[in-house]
Design a protein around this ligand. Sequence first.
Ligand code: TTP
Ligand code: MG
Length: 381
Amino acid sequence: MRIIAHVDMDAFYAAVEERYNPRLRDRPVVVGADPKDGQGRGVVTTANYAARKYGIKSAMPITRAWRLANAAQRRGEPETIFLPGNHRLYREVSERIMAVLAPSADAFEEASIDEAYLDLSSLGSFEAAAERALTLKREIVAREGLTCSVGIGPNKLVAKISSDFKKPDGLTVVQPEQVQAFLDLLRIRVIPGIGPKTELLLHDRGIHTVRQLRDLDLFQLVDWFGRWGEDLYAKARGLSESPVSNEWEPKSIGEQETFEHDTLDAAFVLERAQELARSVSQRLGRQGIPAFRTVTVTVRFADFATFTRSHTAREPLVTAEALYTGAVRLLLPFLDHRENPTQKKIRLIGVRAEKLVRAPAPSSYPRRDLETGTSGEEPNP
Ligand code: TTP
Ligand code: MG
């Protein structure tokens, strides 16, 4: 029996913005093109749930979102904040989330910046998988202050559809015997691959629910859609064999720590940096990653203003000491006047190793000749 979970972050870009900017808490937030007082071009990338209440959605023209936001404000609702987006930050947060999820799964597939599939079959039951999902949800809240929605089902298709069933902060478990009843009630648009065109075509033929789609015979679907008709036939039945691909590798490994009290005590901050460097270095070791070339630090001040600084070495760095030394060089300016002229206190620091250098795959080592017992060149340690 396969047990697959699909994790999808809630209003991802907007939620990250809210997390890093307390000014945005509980406000409607739209990430996307500049609205330019209603003259802007381009579209909404995403909107948080407060903005969605105004009818603002992904892919909507930004001018339309602007009008909806203004209309809401005239009704006395909170003002909407429009932001251009910070992809580097979303990428970093995404990588940290993937690194929380991946070790829990038999196989792990990063499906997009904010979603992933986990094969949890070895847990043996849907109850155990649901428990694991709750643990992971709590872990992501604790580490990143972000919520996600999780769907669990007997394959990727059902897991994906069920993660979208209850949002935000949902957990939906669909056991194999419940698949058909669960899908039948849903609208056809929930099926991955059914976009506006297929939806319209099916609506024109009176097909609105998965139940109605399932009533069509295979020949009918193939007649209308060709090969895609066969896929639809299987999808309407919740059938999907595709494996969780398991090609994910961390692109960076890092740790961060929020201090009990905001501080500017240099000795304390550097001591914590040393501890973080040690812990990152241990994780690199456990993952079999012998070296890295880039050191990145994050500094968040008491007012939540957040900065990252990186340095890339010409030669690979191998030790916790090298990571620490690199981090100190990047952190010191935030402790003195160079990067901290008003001497703000620090709330959080992070230390991260990037541009990871991996050991070559064993097959690329010179081969040892087993027959004669003579050996070629030894692989580098
Ligand atoms: P989604 O998971 O589709 O949306 P979401 O996380 O914002 O909201 P939901 O709670 O419904 O899951 O996409 C994830 C992120 O990807 C989203 O925050 C912004 C980005 N994105 C694009 O850049 N272009 C797009 O067309 C869409 C749909 C999303
Ligand atoms: Mg999402």
